[in-house]
Ligand binder design. Structure first.
Ligand code: ADP
Ligand code: ZN
Ligand code: ZN
Length: 731
C-alpha cells in the first residue's frame, strides 16, 4: 500500500494544472486508489478542497516535512467518471496541454438531453412490391433509392441509422410513411431486440484468432493482422459476443470515414439494441445521451471514431480498434492524443483486452509485436469463397514520358479502363495527394531531392531553394536533374481530382463518372451518398482522394488505378513511405472483393521503391523490414521516440529569438535526460494566417525523458517569453 499520493485539485479550475503530493495516512491507505476522490488541505483555505488521486508511490518527492496528509477519502465505490479523471491525467502528462483540456476530452461537459423515443423504420410492403417501386424511381431520386434499397435488404432498421448514416430526412420518412411504404414505429424502452448473433461460420484462421483473444479476456493487447477481405469483422463479432456473455461492455473504434451504414448495420444485425454508435457530426446533446445510456447499462457496445474511446462503461472488457493504422486516430486538438495508445492505457487501467486490427498495421504497432509487448494474430486468406487478392501491375511513368504520352493516364491504364467499361464492371481511380508539399522530382528518372542528414524529401521554396523541414539544410534549386541531367526536374504541380475528372470524362465520354474529395463532400455524410450511388451501380468510374480506398466493399469493382503513387512518397516527413504503402495496399484491397478477379495498376516514377514493390506484392513483412531499418538508422519512431514542439507567433524575429532560446534550454535538459535536440527549423507550413511557425524536434530512446523536456518547455512557455504559443506532438 502506498504511502504517498499525487493529487490534482478541484478539476473546475484550469489554473491548478499540476499535481501535488500528499501523505496517505495509514488508516486511509486501503481506500487510496488511482481515481479516488479525496479531501485535502490546500493553501490557506480553512475548508479542505476536493481532489483526485492520479498516482501512488512509496517515495516522497520533496522534503517529508513539507508534505501534508490527506484529510479524507470518502468511503464509496469509485465511479466510472473517477477513473476517467485518472485517464485524463495520464493523457495530459504524455501529450501535453492543460489538464482542463484533457478532462474536457475525456469527460465532455454536461448537455441538455432531449427525450427521444426509441424508433424503428419498418418495411410496410412486400419485398417484391418494394423492388418494383425501386425500379420505377427516376435517376434523380437518389435518397429514395438509398432508403428503399436498404429496406429491401433489411426489413427493420434503427431510426438513427436511417437519418444519420443513410442521410434520409425526417420529412422524406414521413412522406414514405404516408405512401404506405414504411412505418416509423415507436418502441417501448423495455422492448428489446436481441439481434441474430453470429451468422457466418468462422474459418480455421478466424476461429483460432478469436479463441486466442477470448481466452485472455481481461488483459493483453492483440494485433489482428489480416489482409483486406480476410474477415476481421467476423472475428471482432465473435470476440464481442463472448465479452458480452461474461457481462462486459465493449468499445469499437472505427475511423469516421469507414463508419458506414453497412458497417454499423452489421453490428446491429448481430447484437440488436445493445449496440449504439456515435459520430462527430452528431449533435452534442445526442452524443451526451449515448454516454448516459452507456453509464446506465442500457447499451453494451459503443461504435464510433476516436472519441468513443471515452464511453463511460463501468465494466469495460474489450476495446477493438479497427484500421488501427489510420491517422485519424491521432487528435488534431490539444491534447494531441493517439487513440491507439490511449486505448491500451485505458484497458490496462480497467482490466480490458485490446484488439488492434489492420491489413497494414502501423510500424509502431508491429514493432510492439516484434518486441513481445503485443500478440500477433494473422489472417492470411480472403474469407469469402472464391475471392482472391487482385493481380497488381506497376506502370513506369518514365516510359510514358519517353513515349510522349503526357496524360496522367498511362496507355496500359487506359486500355484496362476501356475493357472494364465494355464489360460493365466498375473502376476506381485514386490520387493520393494528402500532404502535398511541393517536393521536387525528376519525371525522367524518378529522382527525389532529399536531405543528406535526415533522409526526407526537400521542399521547394519560392526563393529558389530546396529546404529540409527537419534540420533546415538548404541547397539552391536547379532545373536540371542531378541524377540523370534531364530538364524534367520540377516541383510537383497540383493536379487535383477535379482536373482528372474532366480529363477522364473527355477520354471516356460514355462513362458515368463520380468524384469524391473534400470539395464534393462538404456537407455531413455527403460521402456516404456518393459511395452508395457507386455501390448501387449509378456510376462506372469513381475518382477520388485516399477517401475512396478506406474499407468499402464494392463487389463490382474489378480495376483500381493509383494515378501517381509518388505524390505521397514526396511528403516531407519520415512517415511518408509508410503512408504510401498503406494507401496502395488498401487500394489494392478494393479490387476483386467478390468472385470476379480484380486488377490493380499503380502508376509511378519510382517503380523500384520498396513501398511500391511491397504494396504491389501485398508483402507487409518486406515493407516492414526495410522501413524499420531506415527508422533505426535515422533514429525515428518507433525505434526512438520523437517530440515535436511547434512554436507560433505573429512576429518572425520574436519567434526566432524565442525558439533559439527554447532550443538551447531544451538541449541543456536533453543532455542530462539522454535525448537529442534538432532545430529550430521551418515546419511544412512556415506561415499561416499571418502567424509564423518554427519547429524543434527532440529524439530519445525513452519516452520519460521526452516528457521531462516537454514539461520544461511548458514551464518556459508559461514564463511567457514574448507570448510564443507552443504545441506538442509525441511520435
Ligand atoms: P476485412 O474487414 O478483413 O477486410 P470483412 O470482415 O469485411 O474483411 O470480410 C470480407 C467479406 O468476407 C465480407 O463480405 C464477409 O461477410 C465475408 N466473410 C467473412 N468471414 C467469412 C467466413 N468465415 N465465411 C464466408 N464469408 C466470410
Ligand atoms: Zn533524373
Ligand atoms: Zn535535414
Amino acid at each position: 500500500m502506498a504511502a504517498y499520493a499525487d493529487i490534482i485539485i478541484d478539476i473546475a479550475a484550469p489554473v491548478l494544472d499540476r499535481t501535488f503530493q500528499y501523505e496517505v495516512p495509514a488508516e486511509l491507505q486501503e481506500r487510496a486508489e488511482v481515481g479516488s476522490p479525496v479531501l485535502v488541505p490546500f493553501g490557506n483555505a480553512k475548508a479542505p478542497r476536493r481532489g483526485y488521486i492520479v498516482g501512488l508511490s512509496d517515495e516522497p518527492k520533496v522534503d517529508r516535512g513539507k508534505i501534508k496528509p490527506i484529510a479524507d477519502i470518502p468511503e464509496r465505490d469509485l465511479s466510472i467518471e473517477d477513473s476517467l479523471v485518472a485517464l485524463a491525467y495520464r493523457i495530459k502528462r504524455r501529450y501535453g496541454g492543460s489538464l482542463y483540456d484533457a478532462l474536457r476530452t475525456v469527460i465532455p461537459s454536461r448537455q441538455k438531453i432531449a427525450i427521444v423515443p426509441k424508433r424503428k423504420v419498418r418495411r410496410a410492403v412486400t419485398a417484391e412490391a418494394l423492388a418494383e417501386v425501386l425500379r420505377n424511381l427516376s435517376k434523380r431520386e437518389t435518397a429514395k433509392a438509398r432508403l428503399y434499397g436498404a429496406l429491401l435488404e433489411t426489413e427493420e432498421i434503427p431510426y438513427e441509422l436511417v437519418t444519420g448514416k443513410l442521410k434520409i430526412t425526417a420529412a422524406a420518412l414521413s412522406k414514405a410513411q404516408e405512401e404506405g411504404i414504411l412505418i416509423v414505429a415507436e418502441l417501448d424502452e423495455s422492448e428489446s431486440e436481441p439481434g441474430e448473433g453470429l451468422t457466418v461460420t468462422l474459418n480455421e484462421e478466424q476461429r483460432s484468432a478469436a479463441d486466442t483473444v477470448a481466452a485472455s479476456l481481461g488483459s493483453g493487447v492483440f494485433v489482428l493482422h489480416g489482409i483486406t477481405g480476410s474477415g476481421k469483422t467476423e472475428v471482432y463479432l465473435s470476440v464481442i459476443e463472448r465479452a458480452l456473455a461474461s457481462g462486459k461492455q465493449v468499445i469499437v473504434l472505427i475511423p469516421e470515414i469507414a463508419l458506414t451504414y453497412q458497417t454499423v448495420l452489421r453490428f446491429y444485425r448481430c447484437f440488436g439494441d445493445r449496440v449504439a454508435f456515435v459520430h462527430s457530426k452528431m449533435p452534442a446533446g445526442e452524443r451526451y445521451r449515448m454516454r448516459e445510456r452507456a453509464k446506465e447499462g442500457k447499451i453494451s457496445i459503443m461504435i464510433g471514431p476516436r472519441s468513443a474511446l471515452f464511453t463511460p462503461f463501468p465494466n469495460l472488457g474489450l476495446i477493438i480498434v479497427d484500421e488501427e493504422h489510420e491517422t485519424s486516430y491521432r487528435s488534431e486538438l490539444t491534447p494531441r492524443y493517439h487513440a491507439v495508445d490511449v486505448a491500451v492505457e485505458r484497458a490496462g487501467m480497467c482490466g480490458a483486452t485490446v484488439v488492434l486490427g489492420s491489413a497494414t498495421p502501423s510500424l509502431e504497432t508491429y514493432y510492439h509485436c516484434e518486441r513481445g509487448n503485443y500478440t500477433l494474430l494473422t489472417l492470411s486468406k480472403r474469407a469469402k469463397e472464391g475471392a482472391r487478392l487482385p493481380r497488381t501491375e506497376i506502370v513506369d511513368l518514365r516510359e510514358e514520358l519517353k513515349a510522349k504520352n503526357f496524360s496522367v493516364i498511362s496507355r496500359r491504364l487506359r486500355s484496362a479502363i476501356e475493357e472494364r467499361l465494355a464489360r460493365h464492371e466498375q473502376v476506381m481511380l485514386f490520387l493520393n495527394r494528402r500532404g502535398y508539399a511541393g517536393f521536387v522530382s525528376c519525371r525522367a528518372c524518378g529522382y527525389i531531392a532529399r536531405c543528406p542528414h535526415c533522409d526526407i524529401s526537400l521542399t521547394y521554396h519560392n526563393d529558389g531553394t530546396l529546404r529540409c523541414h527537419y534540420c533546415g539544410h538548404r541547397v539552391p534549386y536547379k532545373k536540371v536533374c542531378p541524377e540523370c541531367g534531364s530538364a524534367y526536374f520540377l516541383p510537383f504541380g497540383k493536379s487535383g481530382t477535379q482536373k482528372i475528372e474532366e480529363l477522364v470524362e473527355k477520354e471516356f465520354p460514355k462513362a458515368r463518372v463520380l468524384r469524391m474529395d473534400a470539395d464534393t463532400t462538404k456537407a455531413a455524410d455527403d460521402y456516404e451518398a456518393i459511395l452508395s450511388d457507386f455501390a448501387e451501380g449509378r456510376g462506372d468510374i469513381l475518382i477520388g482522394t485516399q477517401m475512396i480506398v478506406k474499407g468499402h466493399d464494392f463487389p463490382n469493382v474489378t480495376l483500381v488505378g493509383a494515378l501517381a503513387a509518388d505524390l505521397s512518397l514526396g511528403v516531407a516527413d519520415y512517415g511518408c513511405a509508410e503512408r504510401t504503402f498503406d494507401l496502395l495496399a488498401q487500394a489494392a484491397g478494393r479490387a476483386g472483393r467478390d468472385r470476379i478477379p480484380g486488377e490493380v495498376i499503380i502508376q509511378t516514377y519510382r517503380p523500384d521503391h520498396y513501398a511500391i514493390t511491397a504494396a504491389a506484392e501485398a508483402d507487409y513483412r518486406a515493407f516492414y523490414d526495410t522501413e524499420i531499418r531506415y527508422r533505426r538508422s535515422f533514429g525515428y519512431p518507433p525505434v526512438r521516440h520523437m517530440l515535436t514542439i511547434v512554436g507560433g507567433h505573429r512576429r518572425e524575429e520574436t519567434l526566432e529569438r524565442a525558439m533559439e532560446e527554447l532550443a538551447a534550454c531544451a538541449r541543456e535538459i536533453a543532455e542530462t535526460a539522454g535525448a537529442s535536440v534538432i532545430g529550430p527549423a521551418l515546419p511544412q507550413m512556415p506561415k499561416k494566417n499571418d502567424m509564423y511557425f518554427r519547429v524543434i524536434y527532440v529524439k530519445s530512446g525513452d519516452i520519460e525523458s521526452l516528457i521531462t523536456v516537454k514539461d520544461a518547455a511548458e514551464n518556459w512557455m508559461h514564463g511567457s517569453r514574448g507570448g510564443v504559443g507552443l504545441t506538442f506532438d509525441v511520435d
